[in-house]
Design a protein around this ligand. Structure first.
Ligand code: GAL
Length: 809
């Protein structure tokens, strides 16, 4: 460009910005929704009187308020995928919360005369499930899968003034293998823009060439016009303009721009650097549309015998699988709750998330981009063959392609996503039709996004080795079956295996069972699993067995542990034992409190921090003199254990068994109250760290510990306050189970509480709950007005606990 031309162009940009300051608006429909459960007649009509309906805010999960009820999901079935042959009565499989049935949501919004001439998109980021959408009494569209993002162009249905939106949702029984939630549980928004504009999800940013010196950023932009010019400017993380490109539309309605970035800051979990692309569409020199897309510059590769590399560095997935519920607040999406989960996982050294077994929320992806997590974005738990009576197989033929297209279109600019998954343990792994479906789905992903590979979490490993199903996938993902990794790797052509789902070890936080021994499907009278981390399911294994493969085989490219957090539903091994109603698989419990296993993973995954964790707790009145093994999870190789000053000897990690390799275990320790001390040694035998735990005296006072003391005054933000009990000397009392009461005053409200007990039937939103393992977590929510907030927790015989929080604009 000559200097003069460039001056004119800059002038033109300035002028057009002045005359069209706001070319598009995004309005979140969050408040003043009217909600009614049941199939209400005529509720779609504009004139319908909904004044008696409950007023709710969206995101909203209508079922999380309970009560828990055994009958909700009672079912006599054999869960074939768990290897069961005989039907038994199961309860709690979907969380025993009242999510089944129909419900209506209504909302009113205003449209101006000027907006009528524009284009308006109504976007749902998820609606559980089978949404039927009406505007001013007329049906404007529908969808099926509760996890899909979808939108409608509602321009032609709008009128000036008040418009009435009505959404009908229906959840069938036996439609899920876990708690699916219910309602408009993700955001709903209205996007108003010019008719001449950038298409919804019309921007596709890739980085086809990446080196330390320079990166080529390719930006494809689909627009609604066939003439016009597109200006894209790239901003660095500080908002500084670094390069720009103007392209004129010559063919069709897609712009293709290539922009060079010198010395790019590459995105990685350790350095999650994000750029922004600001794209402006001009028609006849008038600014018509503008969007900002965040992206990262990074290079991903999957190679035989080398595995996955990120920016040229071989990187193993140290990942966890997550279901979408957020424990006590259910499935209603909440960024503070998601951020807390990711903060806990980051501290563990986790670098990857798998959104099992469905589309992730936009908020989760945004946070993974920002905080640095690799992401495996999954789509389905079923294809055409059923796992549950009313599962996704009902929609597969009609919707699978549409659902994938929307998944990819909406999320493909997230640098965190490094792999797609078209399915999890689909029964279609058996038979020729399944092989065809696998191929078909993978092709759709490739067509929509040629830059990322596709996997399927496979559990029918013998079958997929024979049929060609496993061989055709970009990434062969194995769920469990550690004994088949070697064979699968030989038989598959890819040259690597992903542990798409691993471990499924079960435990309850703070609960220990004796004698300590490894076992499968072990059950106890209290419906809890032992926190010695030695119990798994018939199909699964303890963590150490995965570690061996991850450490010894270069061709194993990582693992996604089942699961990062406990979730509502699937109370294996107690799915025939009411009142169990949530999972035992989590590394963290349903309240987000770490179980012992957290430290086992941390000792391997978090290379920057010291881990020295002792288990069990040391409060075993009545077990004096009995064998009470002590385990230590640590990044150090060896340690010496002392009970009340007496040495129990030095233990050193060794390769005799998987457990000996990753845990330090003193199996013969006899219980006596007092002090357990561990001294850890470095490779040269030098004492470098130590830790103590002590037997507690009588419970004395409540201690409150918030994850954040200052939260945002937006009516949504949450502070998670961990409540525990200590004795007079401040020693934690890990066995107490007092009933507590919660009160929030000032500019905040009590949102929910959770104690992580998978058998508890206490409702999360009521301001009282029993401690479990001496702890629970209270969620305090901000109001829209800023100010001081105080949480008071009381319990009989305990000194009251108080904490002051603040909310700010
Ligand atoms: C897997 C399945 C998960 C969960 C898990 C429990 O087979 O993919 O959804 O059911 O087992 O171990």
């Amino acid at each position: 460009m000559t200097k003069f031309k460039s001056f004119l162009f800059t002038l033109f940009l300035i002028l057009s910005q002045v005359s069209f300051s706001q070319v598009r608006t995004v309005k979140e429909l969050d408040i003043n929704w009217k909600f009614q459960k049941g199939d209400v007649e005529n509720a779609q009509q504009e004139s319908y009187n909904d004044s008696k309906w409950e007023t709710v805010t969206v995101p909203h999960d209508w079922a999380i308020y309970g009560p828990f009820d055994k009958e909700v999901d009672k079912q006599t079935v054999a869960i074939v995928q768990n290897g069961e042959k005989e039907a038994t009565e199961k309860t709690g499989r979907t969380g025993a919360l009242p999510h089944v049935g129909t419900a209506w949501y209504r909302n009113k919004f205003t449209i101006s005369e000027a907006d009528l001439a524009k284009k308006t998109i109504l976007l749902f980021e998820g609606a559980m499930s089978e949404p039927q959408v009406y505007l001013n009494g007329e049906k404007i569209g529908e969808w099926a899968y509760g996890y899909s993002y979808f939108y409608f162009d509602i321009s032609k249905f709008l009128k000036k003034g008040e418009n009435t939106l009505a959404v009908k949702l229906s959840n069938k029984e036996f439609a899920s293998r876990w708690y699916p939630g219910a309602g408009l549980y993700r955001k709903v928004s209205l996007i108003t823009k010019n008719k001449e504009s950038i298409n919804q999800w019309g921007t596709y940013i890739t980085t086809p060439k990446v080196s330390k010196e320079e990166a080529k950023v390719n930006i494809k932009t689909k627009v609604s016009v066939t003439n016009g010019a597109l200006v894209t400017t790239i901003l660095d993380a500080d908002g500084k303009e670094i390069s720009s490109n103007k392209t004129t539309l010559e063919f069709g309605n897609e712009f293709d721009q290539n922009i060079k970035v010198d010395n790019p800051n590459l995105w990685s979990p350790e350095h999650p650097y994000l750029y922004k692309a600001v794209t402006k569409l001009y028609v006849n020199n008038e600014l018509k549309d503008e969007i900002t897309t965040r992206f990262g510059i990074r290079e991903i590769k999957y190679e035989a015998n080398k595995g996955f590399s990120l920016n040229g560095k071989v990187t193993k997935f140290k990942g966890v699988c997550l279901h979408h519920d957020l424990g006590p607040i259910g499935t209603a999406i909440n960024k503070a709750a998601l951020r807390r989960q990711l903060t806990i996982l980051k501290e563990m050294g986790c670098n990857a998330i798998r959104s099992s077994h469905n589309m992730p929320s936009f908020e989760q992806l945004e946070l993974c981009d920002e905080m640095g997590f690799l992401f495996l974005a999954e789509s389905f738990d079923e294809w055409a063959k059923a796992k549950v009576k009313n599962g996704y197989h009902r929609f597969f033929d009609e919707y699978a392609e549409k659902d994938i297209v929307n998944l990819v279109a909406a999320t493909k600019n997230h640098p965190s996503i490094v792999m797609w998954s078209s399915g999890n343990e689909v029964p279609d792994q058996h038979g020729e039709a399944g092989v065809k479906r696998a191929k078909w789905l993978q092709k759709i992903f490739h067509r929509e996004d040629p830059t990322r590979p596709v996997t399927v979490g496979m559990d029918q490993v013998n079958s997929v080795m024979k049929s060609g199903f496993g061989a055709l996938l970009d990434i062969p993902g194995l769920n469990y079956r550690v004994h088949l990794y070697e064979e699968a790797n030989k038989r598959f052509p890819q040259g690597f295996i992903l542990g798409s789902e691993t471990a499924s070890t079960v435990s309850s936080r703070g609960i220990y069972k004796f004698p300590v021994k490894q076992g499968k499907n072990v059950q106890y009278d209290d419906f809890q699993s032992s926190s010695y981390d030695l119990e798994a399911c018939s199909w699964s294994n303890v963590p150490d067995e995965d570690f061996v493969l991850q450490d010894d085989k270069d061709w194993v490219i990582g693992e996604f542990v089942w699961t990062g957090f406990d979730y509502l539903g699937e109370p294996t091994p107690y799915d025939t034992s009411w009142p169990s109603r949530s999972s035992y698989f989590g590394i963290n419990d349903l309240a987000g409190l770490p179980k012992d296993r957290y430290y086992l993973y941390r000792s391997r995954w978090n290379k920057d921090a010291e881990t020295l964790h002792i288990l069990p707790h040391w409060n075993w009145e009545g077990r004096e003199g009995e064998v009470t093994p002590v385990f230590v999870y640590t990044n150090y190789d060896s340690a010496e254990l002392f009970i009340n000053g007496k040495s129990m000897g030095v233990q050193k990690k060794n390769k005799n068994t998987p457990q000996n390799r990753y845990r330090l275990m003193w199996m013969d320790v006899k219980y006596e109250p007092g002090i357990v001390k561990v001294v850890a040694f470095d490779k040269d035998g030098k004492a470098v760290a130590q830790k103590e735990i002590k037997t507690a005296g009588k419970p004395y006072k409540l201690v409150l510990n918030p994850d954040r003391k200052t939260i945002k005054a937006n009516g949504k933000d949450l502070s998670f306050v961990t409540v525990s009990v200590v004795d007079k000397n401040g020693i934690p009392c890990p066995t107490v189970t007092h009933q507590l009461k919660f009160k929030v005053t000032g500019k905040g409200t009590y949102r929910a509480a959770c104690n992580g007990d998978a058998t508890s039937l206490e409702q999360f939103h009521l301001p009282t709950m029993k401690l479990f393992g001496g702890k629970l977590v209270v969620l305090v929510q901000s109001e829209k007005e800023a100010g001081n907030i105080e949480l008071t927790v009381t319990g009989k015989g305990l000194k009251t606990g108080k904490v002051s929080l603040r909310s700010e604009e």
